[in-house]
Design a protein around this ligand. Structure first.
Ligand SMILES: NC(=O)c1ccc[n+]([C@@H]2O[C@H](COP(=O)([O-])OP(=O)(O)OC[C@H]3O[C@@H](n4cnc5c(N)ncnc54)[C@H](O)[C@@H]3O)[C@@H](O)[C@H]2O)c1
Length: 377
C-alpha cells in the first residue's frame, strides 16, 4: 500500500516534491501545509489534496499520515527545518527534510537523536547522487574496477551574478549571512564525496569572494577551497564557487575519484560518467608512453539527459522504497545522519577559515546502531 505523505512548505521546492509523489506508486500525497494561506490553498487545489496552516493542524486531522516531507527553507535555507521536522518526529512520523538538515548544527544533531529515540526514518534530500552516472560509478567500485581509493576531486558551482551588473541579494534569508553559500550548498558536494569515499577525518579551508561582490556590499563567501582527509586515508579536494567564474572541465558539477585500478569522473551531475582503466600492470602512471592525443579513450556512459530536476523524483523514490522495504533506519540511503555528516564538515570548514586555514577535525557523528548478533559467531 502506498505510504501517505503530508508536505510542509509549498513554495518552489515543495511543488517539485509534490510532483514527484504524484508520479510515484509507492507514495500518496494526501495533504499540504504552508504558513502562508494562499500557498497552502493553491497547492491543495493543484494536487487535489487537503491543506493546513501547520504541521500540528495537519497531523491532528490526518493521523494516518506516514511521512512528513519538510521543504521549508528560511535563513541560510535551513532555519525553518527543525521545528516542523521535530513536531512530526515527536508524533512518530517518518520525515524527509530538504538540505541542509538545518542551518544550525545543534538542531541537526537533535533531529537525528529524536529520530533514533522514536525509531522512525529520517532522510534528507541529498539528491545529487541519485543519478544513473552515480549508480554506474558505484558499480565500478563494487566490481573492483577502481581499486584502492587514492583521491577525490570535486568541483561544484552554482548560478552566479554577472559582475558588471551585480547587485547583492536583498532577501532576509541570504543578506548579511556570510556563510549562506556554505550552509545552503555544501551539503551536496560533501555528501557526494562521502558517498564515494566515506567519513572525513580532517578539513582545511580557504574561503573568499571576488571583488565585484565586495564592491556591491555582498558579505557572502562564495569561493571555497577545501582539503579533506578521509578515514580510509584517501585525500580529497573540493572547489565550490557560486558561479563567479565560468565553469571549466566537467561543467557545473564534476566528481572524479581515482584509484589504483581505475578512475571515474561524473560530469554535470546527471549527464555522464567516464571511466579510465589503469593502463597496464605496471600501474596507473606512465606518462612517457603516450604521444600527445594518443592516450586511451575512456569508457563513457551517458544518461541521455542533463535534466537535474530528475534527481528529486529519483531520491524521493529511494526514500519511499527504503521505508516500504523496512530497511533498518540507520541504513537508509541519504539518512539524517548522512546529512548531519555533511553539516559537521561544513562547520569544520567554517572553523578552519575562522582560524586562518587551520586543520580541523569535524565533530564526531553519533554511532551507528549495530545488531549484537553479528558478534556471536
Ligand atoms: N535539493 C536541492 O537540489 C534543492 C534545490 C533548491 C532548494 N532546496 C531546498 O529547498 C528548501 C525550500 O526552498 P524554497 O526556496 O522553496 O523555500 P522558501 O523558504 O522560499 O519557502 C518555504 C515555504 O515554507 C513555508 N513555511 C516555513 N515554515 C513553515 C512551517 N513551520 N509550517 C508551514 N509552512 C512553513 C513558507 O511560508 C514558504 O512558503 C530549502 O531548504 C532549500 O535548501 C533544495
Amino acid at each position: 500500500m502506498a505510504l501517505k505523505v503530508g508536505l510542509v512548505g509549498m513554495k518552489g521546492i515543495g511543488a517539485t516534491h509534490a510532483a514527484a509523489y504524484k508520479e510515484d506508486s509507492l507514495g500518496e500525497l494526501v495533504a499540504v501545509c504552508d504558513a502562508v494561506t494562499d500557498r497552502a490553498t493553491g497547492a491543495a487545489e493543484k494536487y487535489g489534496v487537503r491543506h493546513y496552516p501547520s504541521v500540528r493542524a495537519m497531523l491532528e486531522s490526518e493521523p494516518d499520515i506516514d511521512i512528513v516531507d519538510v521543504t521549508t527553507g528560511g535563513i541560510e535555507n535551513g532555519s525553518w527545518h527543525c521545528e516542523p521536522a521535530m513536531e512530526a518526529l515527536e508524533a512518530g512520523k517518518h520525515v524527509l527534510v530538504e538540505k541542509p538538515l538545518s542551518s544550525d548544527v545543534l538542531e541537526a544533531r537533535a533531529m537525528v537523536a529524536k529520530a533514533r529515540e522514536k525509531n522512525v526514518y529520517l532522510g534528507c534530500n541529498l539528491n545529487h547522487y541519485f543519478t544513473p552516472p552515480a549508480e554506474r560509478a558505484e558499480q565500478y567500485m563494487k566490481d573492483g574496477k577502481i581499486g584502492e581509493l587514492v583521491y577525490c576531486l570535486t568541483k561544484m558551482g552554482f548560478q552566479g551574478g554577472a559582475p558588471e551588473s551585480y547587485k547583492a541579494p536583498g532577501s532576509f534569508k541570504i543578506k548579511d549571512w556570510p556563510y549562506f553559500h556554505l550552509k545552503a550548498f555544501l551539503s551536496h558536494p560533501l555528501s557526494v564525496m562521502r558517498h564515494f569515499c566515506g567519513d572525513v577525518m580532517q578539513v582545511q579551508a580557504f574561503l573568499n569572494r571576488p571583488g565585484f561582490r565586495r564592491a556591491a556590499g555582498d558579505t557572502m563567501l562564495t569561493t571555497a577551497s577545501v582539503h579533506l582527509r578521509f578515514a580510509n586515508d584517501t585525500v580529497g579536494y573540493l572547489l565550490s564557487q557560486r558561479g563567479d567564474a565560468s565553469y571549466g572541465l566537467g561543467g557545473w558539477w564534476s566528481v572524479e575519484v581515482g584509484g589504483t585500478h581505475g578512475t571515474f569522473c561524473i560530469e554535470n551531475c546527471i549527464e555522464k560518467v567516464s571511466f579510465w582503466k589503469a593502463p597496464d600492470k605496471r600501474g596507473p602512471g606512465l606518462p612517457g608512453q603516450y604521444e600527445p592525443g594518443a592516450s586511451e579513450a575512456p569508457e563513457v556512459t551517458s544518461s541521455g539527459t542533463v535534466d537535474f530536476g530528475q534527481t528529486f523524483a529519483r531520491r524521493i523514490h529511494a526514500f519511499l522504497e527504503d521505508i516500504t522495504n523496512k530497511v533498518p533506519p540507520d541504513q537508509i540511503r541519504a539518512s539524517g545522519r548522512d546529512a548531519l555528516a555533511a553539516l559537521e564538515y561544513t562547520y569544520a570548514i567554517i572553523e578552519s577559515y575562522e582560524q586562518g586555514g587551520a586543520l580541523v577535525r569535524p565533530h564526531p557523528l553519533p554511532p551507528l546502531r549495530t545488531d549484537p548478533s553479528v558478534l556471536l559467531d
